[in-house]
Write a protein that binds this ligand. Structure first.
Ligand SMILES: Nc1nc2c(c(=O)[nH]1)N[C@H]1C(S)=C(S)[C@@H](COP(=O)(O)O)O[C@H]1N2
Ligand SMILES: [Mo]
Length: 193
């Protein structure tokens, strides 16, 4: 099990955040209901050969558990979350990434995107989660697969993920081009830009 380093801070609540016990559901538009038979996960962009996984192939990749806190830019934080899924380090082993690649765009259903620097994407506590607290994700929290980036605001944690694109230049994702910060470190209050 990997403990996100932020969970070991003496003060776990970033500035301007309040703790909630509930788990709010937030996204642009409606909850997506993914047809599991048609779902695919594609690794593309600056890779030697793109790879596509169907649900069975994705679910048979090695798993990791990550313990982390959630910080939403709207002001709520939810502590002590246990995720299980595929570490981004496992994704890295599935392809040969070209040396020019420095950023990723994570893609989700209905054209949702979010961008990350490679160093944030490959941090040890980042995973494509398939389970929360031992159960499959529910549709409203991203079933079948969501990204979890514990050390950045939760809008980076794309629900209903369909793939990841490696890029040489940074490009803003959905919320990042609608006024949110490009990176989103909650400890620096990188909320809007
Ligand atoms: N596909 C998709 N993922 C998304 C979003 C979205 O609009 N679409 N919104 C983000 C935002 S702003 C937040 S706060 C979290 C909320 O996740 P939750 O509903 O599981 O709490 O999902 C993130 N992931
Ligand atoms: Mo959000």
């Amino acid at each position: 099990m990997i403990e996100s380093p932020d969970t070991r801070r003496e003060n776990r609540i970033p500035p301007g955040q309040r703790v909630t016990e509930k788990w709010p559901v937030l996204q642009y538009g409606d909850v997506r209901h993914v047809d599991i038979e048609k779902w695919r996960f594609t690794i593309f962009g600056l890779v030697e050969e793109r790879r596509t996984f169907d649900i069975e192939e994705f679910m048979s990749l090695p798993r990791v558990k990550v313990f982390s806190d959630i910080h939403c830019v709207t002001g709520w934080s939810k502590l002590n979350n246990m995720w299980e899924g595929v570490s981004t380090s496992v994704i890295k082993e599935q392809v040969i990434i070209r040396p020019e690649a420095r950023y990723v765009m994570v893609h989700a259903e209905k054209q949702f995107t979010t961008n990350l620097a490679l160093s944030d994407f490959f941090a040890e506590d980042v995973l494509f989660a398939v389970k929360y607290d031992g159960n499959d994700l529910t549709p409203d929290h991203g079933y079948p697969v969501r990204l979890v980036v514990p050390r950045l605001y939760f809008w980076k944690s794309a629900k209903w993920v369909t793939g990841v694109e490696f890029m040489a230049e940074d490009k803003r994702g959905f919320w990042e081009s609608h006024g949110y910060h490009n990176r989103g470190d909650p400890w620096l209050e990188e909320r809007y830009s």
